[in-house]
Design a protein around this ligand. Structure first.
Ligand code: CA
Length: 241
C-alpha cells in the first residue's frame, strides 16, 4: 500500500504548531497519530471517547480536533454535531467506513475534512491536518486591519476583540455579524432569528435571547464590557460601538 506523500505548495506558509485533540478509542492508532503529530511539531492530547472529548475540549480549547467516527458511546458524527453547537474549531474526521454517505454526513455536520482509514496513511492525515490548519488560519486573518476593536472574519467563522479570539458558535457569530454590522440599529428578535440556523429547538425567539446571553458573556470575557449588546425592552437588541 502506497503512502500518499504530503502535498502542498512549497511556497505556502507553514501553518505553525497546533494543539490537537485526538479522539480515537484504539490505543495503538491514537499513539501512532500522536507520534506523527509531535514529529510535525504539534501538541497532541488523546482521549478515547466522546464524553472525554467534550470535557477536554471545553477545558482546553484545542486548535484542531482529529476525530474517529467509530467510537464507543457517543459516536464521532454525534460528537461533531455537539462540538459544532459550541465552536467553529477545525474538525478532521477519520473513518474505517469508506462510505460516501458517512463522508457527506460528516461534512454536513460541519467537519472540515474527512479521511478514510483504509488504507491508513498517517502521512496523509498529517498532510490534511496541515492543509486544514493553513486554510482556517489564513481565513482567520482579516484582509485589512480595521480600526475597530471588533474584527469579524466571515469566511473563517472567527471574531476577535482587540486581537483576542472570541470562541463563538456559528449562531453567535451570525448574531454578532448582524448586530455589529449596523451599530446603533435596534433589531427585533424576529429579524435576528431569520439569520440563525439550526434544528427546530434553535428557531424560537427565546433562542435568540440565549444566544445573546452567551455572546455577551464571551464579549465581556474578552474585555469588551457588558454593555456592548444592549437590550431594548419589548423590541430586541442593539450593538453599541
Ligand atoms: Ca475507533
Amino acid at each position: 500500500m502506497a503512502e500518499t506523500p504530503a502535498t502542498g505548495s512549497a511556497l505556502a506558509l507553514e501553518p505553525g504548531p497546533a494543539r490537537v485533540l485526538v479522539v480515537e478509542d484504539e490505543p495503538k492508532l491514537a499513539a501512532l497519530l500522536a507520534d506523527y503529530l509531535r514529529a510535525a511539531g504539534h501538541e497532541p492530547e488523546c482521549v478515547a471517547d466522546g464524553q472525554q472529548a467534550l470535557q477536554a475540549w471545553t477545558e482546553r480549547r484545542h486548535d484542531l480536533v482529529l476525530l474517529d467516527v467509530m467510537l464507543p458511546g457517543l459516536d464521532g458524527l454525534a460528537l461533531c454535531r455537539q462540538l459544532r453547537t459550541m465552536t467553529a474549531v477545525p474538525i478532521v474526521m477519520l473513518t474505517a467506513r469508506a462510505d460516501e454517505s458517512d463522508r457527506l454526513a460528516g461534512l454536513e455536520l460541519g467537519a472540515d475534512d474527512y479521511i478514510p482509514k483504509t488504507p491508513f496513511s498517517p502521512r496523509e492525515v498529517m498532510a490534511r491536518v496541515k492543509a486544514v490548519l493553513r486554510r482556517t488560519r489564513a481565513a482567520a486573518m482579516p484582509a485589512l486591519p480595521l480600526p475597530a476593536p471588533l474584527q469579524i472574519d466571515n469566511q473563517g467563522w472567527r471574531a476577535r476583540w482587540h486581537g483576542r479570539e472570541l470562541d463563538l458558535t456559528p449562531n453567535e457569530l451570525r448574531l454578532l455579524r448582524t448586530l455589529a454590522g449596523q451599530p446603533g440599529r435596534v433589531f427585533q428578535r424576529a429579524q435576528l432569528l431569520e439569520g440563525l440556523q439550526g434544528d427546530a429547538r434553535a428557531v424560537t425567539e427565546r433562542a435568540v435571547d440565549s444566544h445573546v446571553k452567551n455572546l455577551r458573556r464571551k464579549l465581556e470575557l474578552a474585555g469588551a464590557g457588558s454593555e456592548r449588546i444592549r437590550s431594548v425592552y419589548g423590541v430586541g437588541y442593539c450593538y453599541q460601538d
